[in-house]
Design a protein around this ligand. Structure first.
Ligand code: PAF
Length: 280
């Protein structure tokens, strides 16, 4: 596995690979878990070359968010990345990605970036789409791999790719869970044991809603209320949002007629966790 820390090194590595190879690209912020490794393995299986980026992107964190506390361990990550099939690991400093400071942005406008995570993190997706664009422009991937856990991020990136005619295929891989159901996230290590225990209510409440939906319940209000009351029964939780939206457009719905996304964001002190389920 080659490691590039600068844009110049990345370009040299990509030139050596050549233009006739398919590139599968997995953008991450590191502290890799099995969810990331599943993306790397999917990219490895479907492409000639697998490129992984590890970059904790400052522009998607607002002042006061957990940019500094975000977990980092490059040595562990690079070993895991290599074992999962990464050919080229890009690990740049912020000055490589934003050489003149962050002054040019790519922003997906509209409701899709304003609801769910966009309500409490209004500048977050602007940072995500900007850095993903920069990385696409540097790497020119054939396919890029994202996890369904960040469902809104996936919807926003797909919209950006469509709107800007970007020549990349977006591949979405299912949520990978711990044995007890907790969705894998780099932030899980920030939970204390009691928070970790109570965090199970996220996947449990979504599974209950899924079971009710499968049993014939299609009212969004009813299902949302059920999720809210189950999560609220855990004293350490603070709900950021619970919503059920059209799966493709993320538009609000009153009852479920086509695939819908039930999504939750819950804070435990400073740690904010996401989870979701597709109701289909
Ligand atoms: O999902 C993430 O880890 C980040 O938002 C991404 C896509 C790597 C952009 O920084």
């Amino acid at each position: 596995m080659k490691i590039a820390k600068t844009v110049a090194e990345l370009k040299t590595c990509l030139e050596a690979i050549g233009k006739d190879k398919t590139i599968g690209f997995v953008p991450t912020m590191g502290y890799l878990h099995d969810g990331h490794l599943a993306l790397i393995k999917a990219a490895h299986a479907e492409n000639d070359v697998t490129v992984l980026s590890i970059f904790v992107n400052p522009t998607q964190f607002a002042p006061g968010e957990d940019l500094d506390a975000y977990p980092r361990d490059f040595d562990r990550d690079s070993q895991l990345a290599k074992a999962a099939g990464t050919d080229l690991l890009f690990f740049p400093d912020p000055t490589e990605i934003y050489p003149t400071g962050a002054s040019t942005f790519v922003e997906v406008d509209g409701e899709i970036t304003k609801k769910l995570c966009g309500q409490s993190r209004p500048t977050h997706f602007k940072g995500v789409t900007t850095v993903v664009n920069i990385l696409f422009n540097l790497i020119y991937p054939t396919r890029a791999y994202f996890g369904q856990k960040d469902a809104q991020q996936v919807a926003v990136i797909k919209k950006m790719v469509r709107d800007l005619h970007l020549p990349v295929q977006i591949i979405v891989c299912p949520i990978v869970r711990e044995a007890d159901g907790l969705a894998m996230s780099s932030r899980n290590v920030l939970l204390n044991p009691e928070e970790r225990n109570q965090a199970l209510v996220l996947s449990q409440s979504l599974a209950s809603a899924g079971a009710l939906y499968q049993a014939g319940e299609g009212s969004v209000k009813f299902l949302k209320d059920k999720i809210v009351s189950q999560i609220s029964s855990m004293p350490l939780t603070c709900i950021d949002y619970v919503d059920i939206l059209d799966f493709e457009t993320l538009e609000s719905i009153e009852s479920i007629a086509s695939p819908a996304l039930a999504a939750v964001a819950v804070r435990f002190e400073k740690t904010r966790l996401l989870d979701n389920i597709i109701l289909d």
